[in-house]
Design a protein around this ligand. Structure first.
Ligand code: MG
Length: 385
């Protein structure tokens, strides 16, 4: 069994990864969190890793107090997060960090020759070809954790890449499926957070409601599987039972199914190619009765439109969309902007910010911060007027 370092251990992915680790006795050598010292301390005392990393340095003393006597060495900040990603004692790094701060640790892990289980889609979207180039150069394995990409990865096992014709990327459609922009103008934060099928963190749940999540996943699929935009078809599938599918040249379509429980793709990323018992429920197609499919509504969900446009533009365009969305979703969660303003701010950023090539990490990171600044400034002028 591989030993693992978990980045983002107190988030939805991290907590569910620890369910898997607990069930199978997977050795955890490091746990890293942003600021939740209560939960991180509890996890450290249970899993006894050699290192505990707290990204926000002002909580370091608090963490030290809470894990006194555990023997875990404390790491802090971006330096600590990159060290957590490159420890000698870790075979595999699970990156469940939310947002672009996950990019540098992802690259640090790959550079250190670690296999990586990647749940941090913003890093892959913003980072252009940097991540996949590094994966190829270092010869490490990248296991996708996102349920759709895990499904595609599983469907491709044992097949020849050149026989792949198309990826069918499924989407639940989120809580506002069938609604118009007008209907969504006044939706509340709690309505946006009421996802019909998946249990996830706040940022990704809002992204699922705007369909930005599917747009980011579209770009993620292009990067991970080396396909072009016209080789991916997005299908709304309300029940989230088919997690995605691939079509081969001979017309055969292979899909991966299961109950919507993130512990299944997380566990596969941690134990692949082994398939161990899962803490999740078994799928009963009798209980579902029928599965439904629809075309996505690009008109009423402008975020997915912006993401697809950014994919076609290339360069820093995906980083701009991802950064603008990260900031706008934050403002929405603080109830400072309306739900539909997220899409307006994202398309504004893509329209107004010049696009460059992504040759280095700093090209990606500065495009993200430029987009975040753009959203903050636009917000100020919107509310100040
Ligand atoms: Mg997903």
């Amino acid at each position: 069994m591989r030993s693992v370092s978990i980045l983002g251990s107190t988030g939805a992915i991290g907590v569910q990864a620890l369910d898997v680790a607990r069930m199978h006795g997977i050795k955890v050598v490091c746990l890293a969190a942003k600021s939740n010292t209560d939960l991180l301390a509890k996890q450290v005392l249970e899993f006894k890793p050699a290192f505990a990393c707290i990204y926000d340095e002002k909580f370091a003393d608090d963490l030290a107090e809470k894990i006194k006597g555990s023997g875990a060495e404390i790491l802090t900040g971006m330096y600590g997060l990159c060290k957590a990603a490159s420890l000698d004692s870790a075979d595999l790094v699970l990156n469940g960090v939310v947002g672009t701060i996950g990019l540098k640790p992802t690259l640090a892990a790959i550079e250190a020759g670690k296999d990586i289980a990647l749940a941090n889609k913003e890093a892959l979207v913003a980072g252009g070809d940097l991540v996949m180039d590094a994966v190829r150069r270092k010869g490490v394995n990248l296991y996708p954790v996102d349920s759709e990409h895990s499904a595609i990865f599983q469907c491709l096992q044992g097949s020849r890449r050149e026989d792949l014709k198309k990826i069918i990327l499924t989407a639940s459609g989120g809580p506002f499926f069938g609604k118009t922009v007008e209907d969504m103008k006044n939706v509340s934060v709690s309505q946006a957070l009421a996802h019909p099928t998946w249990k996830m963190g706040k940022k990704i749940t809002v992204d699922s409601a705007t369909l930005m999540n599917k747009g980011l996943e579209f770009i993620e699929a292009i990067r991970l599987f080396g396909v072009s935009a016209d080789e991916i078809e997005i299908v709304i599938h309300r029940e989230s039972v088919i997690h995605s599918a691939v079509e081969f040249k001979d017309g055969a379509v292979i899909a991966q199914l299961g109950v919507p429980d993130m512990r299944i793709p997380i566990q596969y990323a941690l134990t692949c190619p082994k398939r161990l018992e899962s803490p999740s429920e078994s799928l009963s197609l009798w209980d579902y009765g029928k599965l439904t499919f629809y075309k996505p509504d690009f008109t009423n969900f402008p975020c997915i439109q912006s993401a697809l446009k950014a994919a076609a533009m290339g360069g820093t365009a995906p980083a701009i969309v991802s950064g603008a969305d990260e900031e706008a979703v934050g403002l929405f969660l603080e109830e400072k902007i309306s739900f539909t303003e997220i899409g307006e701010l994202v398309s504004g950023a893509l329209r107004d910010i010049p696009v460059h090539k992504v040759l280095t990490v700093s090209d990606a990171v500065s495009a993200v911060s430029e987009a975040q600044n753009y959203v903050r400034e636009r917000f100020k002028s919107m509310k100040g007027a």
